[in-house]
Ligand binder design. Sequence first.
Ligand SMILES: NC(=O)c1ccc[n+]([C@@H]2O[C@H](COP(=O)([O-])OP(=O)(O)OC[C@H]3O[C@@H](n4cnc5c(N)ncnc54)[C@H](O)[C@@H]3O)[C@@H](O)[C@H]2O)c1
Length: 269
Amino acid sequence: MEATTLIESFRVDGKVAVVTGAGSGIGRASALALAGAGAAVVCADIDGASATAAAQEIAAAGGVAEGVTLDVSNRGEVDALAQRVAAERGGIHVWCNIAGIMVEGPFLDAPEEDLDRIISVNLKGVFFGCQAAGRIMVTQPEGGSIINASSAAADAPSPNIVSYAICKAGVVQMTKSLAVEIGKKKVRVNAVAPGFVLTGMTGRYFVRPDGTVDEEMQEAVIAPMRKFTPLRSIGEPEDIAAAFLYLASDASRFMTGQVLRPNGGVAMV
Ligand SMILES: NC(=O)c1ccc[n+]([C@@H]2O[C@H](COP(=O)([O-])OP(=O)(O)OC[C@H]3O[C@@H](n4cnc5c(N)ncnc54)[C@H](O)[C@@H]3O)[C@@H](O)[C@H]2O)c1
């Protein structure tokens, strides 16, 4: 590939992308990154207002986007969205399964309802997204790219998040197994395993009842994370979005079944 063409291959002009969890944090940053690099983006989130806000921000910047309400744990909703987008936009080239929740607490006391809830979003939600997108992508001559959000929690075990970690480890194995199954149809399946990023999911512990952020408490928790991360830093949503964009683009055309780890070096696998 020539150098100019190589640089251009990092763009995603003409591609149709669906991003789940696009209303906040990493999903939002990824939706904005994909749109900024030329894709038409469907911003999907269970919080429909936040999905619409992300789409409006993209449109205001001159991009193409729509916001939709979607519960990734509802297979019918996921299938219907994929079918509708493919029919209206002429296909789906990129599908990012980023929606996720955190449930934490001591393993020995973990209620079954919490386990069911996290599996339904973080594991079954990714399964349904892969299936809905995969069914469409295997029929397209150009194939497609599916990218799943895993986590450094799958690489570096931490206490009190066992159910979260097993979901994220499951996402890795789903990614690899599916990559083997549908690679011959030019459908690539990869995962991104971020290190700690301050988002709605991780930042809510520092928000006081009046909505203000307890900066002192936040710093007390984050400072040790920086200290034990080789790059001495936590991540920004854009650091993770860059990995999603690369895996969405043709620059990664020879990558499948892989896990990219934008994590500051906190886990090296
Ligand atoms: N923030 C981190 O440090 C971190 C690290 C590793 C992995 N991750 C993963 O990255 C992904 C994004 O996390 P984030 O930190 O940006 O969190 P976030 O809470 O900021 O965003 C998650 C989004 O998913 C949406 N969502 C939740 N349940 C949903 C459902 N059933 N259907 C559709 N949308 C739903 C939420 O409304 C929210 O907008 C998650 O899968 C998370 O596990 C985050």
